[in-house]
Structure formats: structure tokens, C-alpha cells
Design a protein around this ligand. Structure first.
Ligand code: S3P
Length: 178
């Protein structure tokens, strides 16, 4: 049973890289934790935050992570805040390879600002804009670092390039590998 988790902030390209990496690994599937959570709740993440607060969302997120940790041959794109809980970080470490997609503030912000669904799906997590990205990174980078097995910098790089680097670093997982 093998699985790869992608962790990292909003705008690091987790979902896009997950799809590319699964295809590259051949015979692997991929899953997006937020999309699964939304489908089950019948609400967008933004609506869950509005109805249940961030605490309600984090409870749902931790419960779903428990299930995702049993998926086989999957690349799993997690939500940017999954590393906030220590039990989640431990679970991730125990259950698979954990790839941290990092990026500088300008790269992350330009990807977020260029995503048409941002305002509709993503709840505000602070003051908004570039300042919010910088503030969240200051708090969360040590948490991503603490649970990552493979840090990969995405600054200024297209998703295809990032997926290829991750693939090379995980190559023994590919068919024919060890
Ligand atoms: C969050 C990131 C989002 C989503 C939720 C909270 C965060 O996921 O889980 O809005 O705390 O950074 P993405 O990283 O996929 O945007």
C-alpha cells in the first residue's frame, strides 16, 4: 500500500501537480481532499466556514484525512491548513511520502489571484491579498517542514516541471521500481 501526500500553501499547485504526478506514476489515481470534503458536505469550503466556523471545517478535514490514509496508489492533494493539527502531521508522516510544495509569496499570490474560483470557493483566512499569504507562511512553514519527507520549491516554475521533479524523487514508487 503506497500513497503520496502533497502539502503546501494555497497557490502551491497541489491539485494540478497531483493529477500530473498520478499520470506520470502510471496506474495511480489522485484525490483532492477539499473537493471530496465539499462533495460529502454538499457545501463549498467557504460555506462550511460560514456555517460551522473554521473549527467545524478542521474537524471534517481531520476525519477525512483518516480515510485518505488508507487509499492505495493515490496521490492526495491536501488542503493548505491540514498541517495545523499535530495529529494530522503525525498521521501524514506515518502513512506515506509527504511532498511539501513551497513557493515564495509573489509566486503563490500570483497563482491565487489568477484562479477564477478563488473568491467563490476560498474563505478569507486573514487580511486577504499578498499580506495574508505572507502571514500564513510565517506561521505554517515550520509545520510543513516538520512533516515533509520531500521539500520541493515551486517558485516561478510551471506545474509540469514540478511534477517531473517530484516523480524523479519518488521514482522507486513507479511500476518496475522497488
Ligand atoms: C485552507 C486552504 C484551502 C482549504 C481551506 C483552508 C488553508 O485549501 O482547505 O480554504 O487553511 O490554507 P487549498 O490549499 O487547496 O486552497
Amino acid at each position: 500500500m503506497r500513497r503520496v501526500f502533497l502539502v503546501g500553501p494555497r497557490g502551491s499547485g497541489k491539485s494540478t501537480v497531483a493529477a500530473l504526478l498520478a499520470a506520470r506514476l502510471g496506474g495511480w489515481a489522485w484525490a483532492d481532499a477539499d473537493a471530496l470534503l465539499e462533495a460529502r458536505a454538499g457545501m463549498t469550503v467557504r460555506e462550511i466556514f460560514a456555517a460551522e466556523g473554521e473549527a467545524g471545517f478542521r474537524r471534517r478535514e481531520a476525519e477525512l484525512l483518516g480515510e485518505l490514509c488508507a487509499y492505495d496508489r493515490h496521490v492526495i492533494a491536501t488542503g493548505g491548513g491540514v498541517v495545523l493539527r499535530e495529529d494530522n502531521r503525525e498521521r501524514l508522516r506515518r502513512s506515506g511520502d509527504v511532498v511539501w510544495l513551497s513557493g515564495d509569496v509573489d509566486t503563490l499570490w500570483s497563482r491565487i489571484a489568477g484562479d477564477a474560483t478563488t473568491a467563490e470557493r476560498r474563505p478569507a483566512l486573514g487580511v486577504g491579498g499578498r499580506e495574508e499569504v505572507a502571514a500564513l507562511l510565517a506561521v505554517r512553514e515550520p509545520l510543513y517542514r516538520a512533516c515533509a519527507t520531500h521539500p520541493v520549491d515551486t517558485t516561478g516554475r510551471p506545474a509540469e516541471d514540478v511534477a517531473e521533479e517530484v516523480y524523479r524523487r519518488l521514482a522507486p514508487l513507479a511500476p518496475g521500481g522497488q
